[in-house]
Write a protein that binds this ligand. Structure first.
Ligand code: NAD
Ligand code: ZN
Ligand code: ZN
Length: 338
């Protein structure tokens, strides 16, 4: 089968033939129809984080397609089912985190396109217990970005605990952020979007943001405090930039929450005095559970959220990564593999 493979950190991806994976009893084999390109895939190929991925690696954790083979111990799925293979490729299913509905925190998890091969390929193996079905009527290209960008931002918004009518600031309106804006609007929040360049900010406005701030022209935190009369009730930071996190922290209202989603490799210095006196929360949020995914897909099936996509091919992956590094992508690039 055809796949895009990275052989060494920071090396180019090579599109080549590799053996099609064999299923075991609890697996399904998915013929991939589309796969979104997440900035995490770029971090994986660069070896940016303390925990390193397998190498060589087939990246990709926004892969969607149809099941073509079902393992002997999987009884709730059939050949032909339309599913996606998320970042949470599998979890143990019996630790305290898994039992409490916090499976994304399981210490015994596998991650698609990181610890196991992902969906930058014609076929991808998946754990039958962890794939999630795509609602009827939602196309593969529209569904793909929801399997990471969608579920991650939908979950992060829940973590902010912002109520309808309150202010949420979305820092970074890229692949994740442009969906964050839409989920926040659909959840009844008042949205302020922060990024740079007319194209991204006009998109954020079109998607329902009440105010848009260009971080190259204004100091986002000062502007957010002014616009909201004291700061946002919640901030979701998806930017791949340490200064963006400083701004995100400064933009929170007393008692509010700053939710960290983007994963630049640097640290985020937090002032103890202000954190205590202002009673603010700084909290990390990692993707979402199968239940979060099901809910976030339903928003799209009902037409409340729609990923803005540009369709490209697997062979374009090195150019896509180059564009992503320069921050030149508006919305999400999805590779059509059908
Ligand atoms: P992306 O490249 O599509 O978007 C990042 C955006 O941040 C760009 O639009 C860029 O212009 C903007 N940006 C850069 N500096 C900024 C600043 N100072 N202020 C405001 N915006 C700024 O990337 P993506 O696919 O949306 O992923 C974003 C990050 O989220 C990555 O680090 C990725 O690894 C991480 N991620 C985390 C999770 C999670 O579960 N926590 C899930 C998926 C992705
Ligand atoms: Zn577990
Ligand atoms: Zn991702």
């Amino acid at each position: 089968m055809k796949a895009a493979v990275v052989n060494e950190f920071k090396g180019p991806l090579e599109t080549k033939d590799i053996p099609r994976p064999e299923i075991k009893a609890k697996d399904v084999l998915v013929k991939i129809h589309a796969c979104g390109v997440c900035h995490t895939d770029l971090h994986a190929c660069h070896g940016d984080w303390p925990v390193k991925p397998k190498m060589p690696l087939v990246p990709g954790h926004e892969g969607v397609g149809e099941i073509v083979e079902v393992g002997s111990e999987i009884h709730h799925l059939s050949v032909g089912d339309r599913v996606g293979i998320p970042w949470l490729y599998s979890a143990c299913g019996h630790c305290d985190y898994c039992l409490e509905g916090k499976e994304t925190l399981c210490l015994d998890q596998q991650n698609a396109g990181y610890s196991v091969d992902g969906s930058y390929a014609e076929y991808c193996l998946a754990d039958g217990e962890y794939v999630v079905k795509i609602p009827d009527g939602l196309s593969y290209v529209d569904a793909a970005p929801l399997f990471c960008a969608g579920v991650t931002t939908y979950k992060a918004l829940k973590v902010t605990e912002v109520k309808p009518g309150e202010w949420v600031a979305i820092i970074g309106v890229g692949g994740l952020g442009h969906l964050a804006v839409q989920y926040a609007v659909a959840m009844g929040m008042n949205v302020i979007a922060v990024d740079t360049g007319a194209e991204k900010l006009e998109l954020a406005q079109k998607l329902g943001a009440k105010h848009c701030i260009d971080f190259m022209q204004d100091t986002p935190s000062a502007k957010i405090i002014e616009l909201t009369g004291g700061g946002a009730h919640g901030v979701v930071c998806t930017a791949v930039s340490q200064p963006a996190f400083k701004e995100a922290y400064r933009a929170i209202r007393r008692g509010g929450a700053c939710v960290l989603v983007g994963l630049p490799p640097e640290e985020m210095p937090i002032p103890i005095f202000d954190t205590v006196l202002n009673g603010v929360k700084v909290v990390g949020s990692i993707v979402g559970t199968r239940k979060d995914l099901k809910e976030c897909l339903q928003f799209a099936a009902e037409g409340k959220v729609k990923a803005i996509t540009e369709v490209k091919q697997l062979e374009d992956i090195n150019d896509i990564f180059a564009e992503m590094e320069k921050g030149e992508i508006t919305g999400r690039i999805v590779m059509d593999m059908s």
